[in-house]
Design a protein around this ligand. Structure first.
Ligand SMILES: [Zn+2]
Length: 262
């Protein structure tokens, strides 16, 4: 039986909301090579990554406000005492990536690093215009309107003019690449063969390992240009988005080719 279009849309929206709100919290080890350990902490489909290397602990992104205790629980379950995390790099200043930063900064003294281009967004506690890219995104947008996170100050702001920052500054290996493909202050973090890309791209709601256009993107052309820049980094084999994922670089290249064909 063919469902009417309105019912289909309602089903997709309900499923999407459920995937964001009802999925079980989980910690997944991405790499454990002896020299380096990387764990993904997934709470309500907002990923935080913890990278351990050279006796340092780095957190990438900070999830939604209100989920602090859930992330803390996953950290402890993974053998990570939050008090031992040295610093956090935010891929950008949206609420689902910077939402718990104030908490971790205040409670554990974690240094927060972010894009200087998102400083005004952070001072406004994440209150910005979003550009929905689909019908589902428009409905998601309605649920996000007016939501804010506790404001905080960046301990280190990285400007686009500064160019690529070597993680050696923080005692680790890898790079922070200012990358305005999603917000003015967006950044991609590359460590070994991994790229942590925030909302440059996301995984599918039903097929997490399939690269998909993010729900909110104000300049799709710029987004695609920026994605191609990361694909060109041949040392990168795995992409780790803020939502769902991960996927191999080859899958992203395939996604991009399809988008450019449209
Ligand atoms: Zn975002």
């Amino acid at each position: 039986m063919e469902l009417p279009f309105g019912l289909k849309r309602l089903f997709v929206v309900a499923l999407t909301m459920c995937c964001f709100g009802c999925s079980a919290d989980k910690a997944v080890v991405i790499e454990d090579s002896g020299d380096r350990r990387i764990v993904r902490l997934d709470v309500a489909s907002a990923n935080i990554y913890i990278v351990e290397e050279n006796g340092k602990r780095l957190m990438i992104d900070a999830g939604n406000p209100g989920d602090e205790d859930r992330y803390e629980a996953l950290m402890r379950e993974s053998g990570i005492d939050p008090a031992t995390i040295d610093f956090a790099i935010l891929t950008h200043g949206h609420i689902d990536h910077a939402g718990t930063a104030a908490f971790f900064q205040d409670r554990y003294g974690i240094q927060i690093i972010g894009g200087a281009g998102d400083q005004s967004m952070i001072e406004a506690a994440g209150d910005v215009d979003l550009c929905p890219t689909s019908v589902v995104a428009e409905l998601l947008h309605m649920t996000l309107k007016g939501k804010q996170y506790p404001a905080f100050e960046l301990d280190r702001g990285i400007s686009a003019a500064e160019g690529i920052v070597d993680l050696a500054e923080f005692g680790m290996t890898g790079k922070v690449i200012p990358h305005s493909g999603h917000t003015p202050g967006s950044m991609v973090i590359t460590i070994g063969s991994h790229a942590f890309v925030g909302d440059l791209i996301r995984g599918g709601v039903l097929r997490p390992e399939v690269p998909t256009t993010h729900f909110f993107m104000c300049d799709l052309e710029e987004n695609r240009r920026r994605i191609s820049e990361i694909i060109a980094l041949h040392e990168i084999r795995y992409w780790h988005p803020g939502h769902f994922g991960p996927f191999p670089s080859s899958a992203v290249a395939q996604y991009l080719a399809q988008q450019l064909d449209k």
